[in-house]
Design a protein around this ligand. Structure first.
Ligand code: PLP
Length: 354
């Protein structure tokens, strides 16, 4: 049934094996991130079998689905205080930056006689999560180290998410420096220095990642096959592991500009039209509720995306040489946002082939 996402598990397996291999050679272990595929069990399994050292997700609901997989699981998004019970049950490690939450985790972990690992996040300028001053971090860490059921595994940074800051040698060295300061001051050993997400890969690929960084958390690069600092496709990786297919429900010749006085569209935007005369147009059964339109690339040659409403995607197929008809299937390559949205949409089928 359409619309559907066709998932090529072999390509995802290849991508995982390839990138974890390159990273491992540089002493870097990978937490494979499943959030863009909503914690899909088969995809997670493929990541585990092909070199991921940990599985990570930002939603505890997704980690619950993966509970049976025999691998250490990380919760990426800072836990909500009300969910700490699930955090302790379904993740082995979580990223944290608030002592009140860590303290609640400690209580919970003690109740069920478990130890919970944490990575303390530091904010090196991207302005999403993390301690912003070393003073704050030291102040909290002193108390955290007294919590019997918390294990401080290491520190981490997240970049290129909110502030679009590109990871460079400077931030990586700063992270390594902070780790050394913590180790000296508190006389502890930090096992994990986590240098970011898929945007840190150019440093690896260029051979510039400093020694000391020993972990990355990768989602986008494994699934989409590209780094996210400059958005380049990574050589030897597939960037078409997931393809969207949607079906034509109307195919007619129509003018390229609307007729009548125009206001705003259903999303409150004022659309702009170029008058190219009468064109052959197709409507396919998918819309903004299911996918990010700007993040789609048609794979059928000569097909151009014109726009969309909630459930209708409108295409200009005048220049397509294929013999299209009502019921024909149009295929699209997807970027990160489109992948995220289609995987989340209950109206889009997911078909895995191996
Ligand atoms: C989503 C996320 C990642 C993975 O990012 P990608 O760009 O998909 O590699 C890593 N770390 C954190 C904290 C995240 O939220």
């Amino acid at each position: 049934m359409y619309p559907r996402v066709m998932i090529d598990l072999n390509k995802i397996s290849h991508n995982t094996k390839y990138i974890t291999g390159i990273c491992r050679e540089m002493g870097i272990e990978i937490a494979a991130v499943t959030k863009v595929v909503c914690g899909n069990v088969e995809i997670a399994q493929a990541m585990v079998e092909n070199g991921a050292r940990y599985i990570a997700d930002s939603r505890i609901e997704n980690l619950k689905k993966l509970d049976h997989l025999n691998i250490e699981k990380w919760l990426l998004r800072l836990p909500m205080i009300e969910q700490v019970q699930d955090v302790v049950r379904f993740s082995d490690l979580s990223l944290n930056s608030e002592i009140s939450t860590i303290s609640a985790i400690n209580e919970c972990a003690r109740e069920i006689k478990k130890k919970h690992k944490i990575i303390l996040m530091v904010d090196l300028g991207d302005l999403r999560e993390g301690y912003f001053t070393l003073g704050d971090l030291f102040y909290d860490l002193e108390k955290i180290l007294e919590m019997d059921n918390i294990i401080v595994s290491g520190i981490g940074v997240n970049l290129t998410c909110y502030g679009a800051v590109i990871p460079e040698l400077e931030q990586m060295n700063e992270l390594i420096d902070i780790a050394a300061k913590i180790e000296n001051r508190f006389e502890i050993k930090l096992d994990i220095i986590s240098g970011g997400n898929s945007s840190s890969l150019p440093l690896i690929l260029d051979g510039k990642m400093p020694k000391g960084i020993n972990n990355l958390r990768l989602g986008d690069s494994i699934i989409i096959g590209r780094e996210t600092a400059y958005c380049k496709v990574i050589p030897n990786m597939f960037n078409d592991a997931m393809i969207l297919e949607a079906q034509i429900i109307e195919l007619k010749d129509k003018p390229s500009a609307p007729i009548g006085n125009t206001g705003v569209d259903v999303f409150g935007q004022k659309p702009v039209f170029i008058n190219k005369g009468i064109r052959k147009k197709a409507i396919v059964a998918i819309g903004k509720q299911d996918v990010e339109i700007d993040d789609l690339t048609p794979l059928n040659l000569g097909v151009e995306i014109l726009g969309a409403s909630s459930d209708h995607l409108i295409l200009d197929v005048t220049d397509c040489c294929e013999d299209l008809y009502t019921g024909s299937v149009i295929r699209f390559k997807m970027g990160y946002t489109a992948t995220l949205r289609t995987m989340t949409s209950q109206y889009v089928n997911k078909v895995i082939h191996k």
